[in-house]
Design a protein around this ligand. Structure first.
Ligand code: MN
Length: 700
């Protein structure tokens, strides 16, 4: 039974993991999925178990294994994340819940969305374990893709190639990346895949023999030269990378691609004074170049300059390894054992949480000790090698060397208690200082920078990624609310936003959106923005659009007011009311006016910058002169005149607070002493005054 295989693999490779706990998660998932079948006709539980087997290669902790076994439970069965939390705790539940959230995203086609998808994938998976579980899940789904209905296969393969394989590559998990790519290739270009597969197969007997021959040639030669070798092995290129290489070179035949395989020379790790040594790699390279003819321009030093995903190795291509069997040049890769582990598993080769396997109070103390040591190593990276050796390979160290490291740590301010706790923890099993966490962080950071500028711990500290109900990924500033989302979709959606749902549940408009949430805006045709939205909206886009809306509203209401005032005035003059296009103003004050000009005049009336009666009289060229005296007040110290509408015969004063002068916009205020004081329209003194006492005033 497949679960037995997983169980014994865990037992063998991870004796630190409590199998009873794994069993419990398995039973839970098995019961939950009872009766469900995969497309293949197998029991559903086979899928999470297979995924967990893949995950095991990535060296997971117990919580990750449990979460992987239960990763489809909350999505596909009535069991909820809350129930999982009750049974298995918060850590496991949060992993399952993250997996569930990521399941809703579907990449539709090869478009810009895939880039966003990748970003969201990483932003959501703040916990790297989620990425690993997701990759394991996807790899098993790809392995069984032939059972999935044909019409779904291509979409899934495309999504996998552009998102999952790309992420595995970026994280340096080549094992997963290569297999995913070949599987995608098979479903996306079935003809080319089959053609190449046959060609490689035809060639493979010869190339297998050559690979074996070349490998043993190198191994024997190195042993003869006295090099201590850990392993020499051959590695075949996977189909997708051959295919890409052929396309790039526009090669017609696979015989034009000479590095169908590479020979890998793995040397032991070496440390001196606590520093990682690489000189033995270069001297081995020298020995190889002495024995075989290197091709010029084919030497690559990924140790001096690592690849962006952290890959380190020396690459060279030599002639003469085939001895008649295989005349093509052969690539040789030289690296240390830990570089090799990193190359195969990438980030997974140093899980950040390895030390979590210790449990209880002892674990807390140990974590504290490691925390202290890690921050010391951050300040003094030079001593990392020695400290790491002291923690991880204590048994192999000479007594004097142990003593030396301990004394150094004490001198550098590490507490004796911390050293004691490390000693105690060591007695219960091997220790790993997850200090490479730093390196892993740097990779993630590089990855973020690759996509966009990233930052320290959080990959996208200022961004969140949410989904529209259709599954489009929408990028927003952190802190964004449904209002921001609505305006990003469309101004109309924003302006008619009447409510919002997140993951199907109603939320207030000031709700802070989180990564991966599905946001649905409820609109209503007569809904409109409120002023308070300006304080809720976090993006400048939404704020600008809200302000715009209000400006427009004010403009429209001023125009409406101006039109009504002018109509009243016209009525008094027994003239017809304004028509829709305000034709009577077509030639206003001796100038031709466009419709917009006419609307502007109405706005000015509404704003009070010009009086309706003045406009009416101008339209009908009525002599205003003698009537003017009644309405216009001359103010000795000013050159301008002020026109007041609505109030007659009240004395006029110019307020001292804001000293209005033309062309300031002005307003009148009828004081309790029955004078009209004229202020600037924006005068601060006006705040809080009785609104009924304001009257409009304009410079005449
Ligand atoms: Mn699954």
């Amino acid at each position: 039974m497949i679960y037995e295989t997983l169980r014994s693999a865990i037992q063998e490779r991870r004796p630190d993991i409590d199998l009873a706990e794994v069993d419990r998660a398995y039973e839970f998932a098995k019961n939950a999925h009872a009766g469900q079948k995969r497309y293949s006709g197998e029991e559903y539980i086979v899928h999470p178990v297979e995924a967990a087997r893949i995950l095991l290669d990535l060296d997971p902790d117990l919580a990750a294994i449990q979460a992987c076994l239960m990763h489809d439970v909350s999505e596909d069965t009535p069991i909820t994340v809350a129930q999982i939390e009750k049974e298995f705790g918060e850590d496991v539940a949060s992993l399952v819940s993250a997996m569930e959230k990521m399941a809703v995203i579907k990449v539709k086609k090869e478009d810009q969305q895939t880039e966003n998808w990748k970003k969201m994938f990483l932003a959501m998976a703040k916990d790297i374990r989620v990425v690993f579980i997701k990759l394991s899940d996807r790899l098993h789904n790809m392995r069984t893709l032939q059972f999935v209905p044909k019409e779904k296969q291509e979409r899934i393969a495309r999504e996998t190639l552009f998102v999952h394989a790309a992420i595995a590559s970026r994280l340096g998990i080549y094992q997963v990346k290569s297999e995913l790519e070949d599987l995608c290739f098979k479903y996306l270009c079935p003809d080319q895949y089959e053609e190449l597969r046959l060609a490689v197969a035809k060639f493979s007997k010869k190339s297998d023999l050559s690979m074996e021959f070349a490998t043993s040639q190198i191994e024997q030669m190195l042993v003869r030269e006295g090099v201590v070798v850990q392993e020499v092995s051959g590695r075949k290129k996977h189909l997708w990378s051959i295919y890409q290489k052929m396309s790039k070179k526009q090669a017609m035949d696979i015989s034009e691609i000479y590095d169908l395989f590479a020979v890998r020379v793995i040397l032991p790790d070496s440390y001196k004074d606590g520093k990682e040594q690489v000189s033995h790699l270069y001297s081995t390279l020298g020995i190889i170049h002495n024995n075989f003819i290197p091709l010029q321009d084919r030497f690559k030093d990924y140790i001096a300059v690592a690849k962006p995903n952290g890959y380190r190795s020396l690459h060279t291509t030599v002639l003469g390894l085939g001895a008649g069997l295989y005349e093509a040049p052969t690539e040789i890769q030289i690296r240390t054992a830990s570089m090799h582990a990193e190359a195969e598993l990438g980030v997974a080769s140093h899980w950040a949480y390895k030390e979590k396997v210790k449990s209880g109070a002892q674990s807390l103390k140990l974590q504290e000790a490691f925390h202290e040591i890690r921050s010391l190593l951050q300040r003094e990276p030079d001593i990392e090698g020695a400290v790491r050796e002291w923690i991880e390979k204590f048994q192999q160290m000479a007594f004097a060397d142990r003593k030396k490291v301990q004394t150094m740590l004490l001198e550098k301010g590490i507490d004796q208690n911390h050293l004691d706790n490390i000693r105690k923890a060591r007695s219960t099993g091997p220790l790993v200082l997850a200090g490479n966490y730093e390196k892993h962080r740097v990779w993630l950071k590089g990855l973020a920078e690759d996509i966009k500028k990233g930052s320290e711990i959080d990959i996208f500290p200022d961004k969140i990624f949410v989904l529209s109900p259709k599954g489009d990924v929408i990028e927003l500033s952190r802190g964004a609310t449904p209002i921001d989302f609505a305006y990003l979709i469309h101004s109309d959606v924003g302006n008619h936003c009447n409510g919002a749902k997140v993951n199907g549940k109603g939320v207030p408009l000031d709700y802070e959106l989180k990564n991966g949430e599905i946001v649905d805006i409820v609109t209503r045709s007569n809904a409109k923005p409120g002023k308070y939205w300006l304080s809720i909206a976090k993006t400048s886009n939404a704020r600008a659009k809200i302000k715009n809306w209000f400006h427009k509203q004010e403009f429209e209401s001023n125009v409406r007011l101006g039109r009504d005032m002018l109509n009243r005035e016209l009525e008094l003059m027994h003239k017809p009311k304004l028509d829709e296009k305000f034709i009577v103003m077509k030639n206003y004050a001796g100038k031709e006016r466009t419709l917009d000009d006419r609307i502007d005049i109405l706005e000015a009336i509404g704003l009070g910058t010009v009086s309706a009666s003045h406009v009416a009289k101008t339209i009908f060229a009525v002599e205003e002169a003698h009537e003017e005296e009644k309405e216009v007040y001359f103010v000795p110290e000013l050159t301008g005149k002020v026109l007041i509408t609505g109030e007659d015969n009240l004395p006029l004063i110019f307020s001292a607070c804001c000293k209005p002068k033309p062309p300031h916009g002005i307003i009148g205020y009828v004081t309790r002493g029955h004078t009209i004081s004229i202020h600037r329209q924006n005068c601060r003194e006006l705040h809080g005054l009785d609104g009924d006492r304001f009257i409009s005033a304009v410079w005449a």
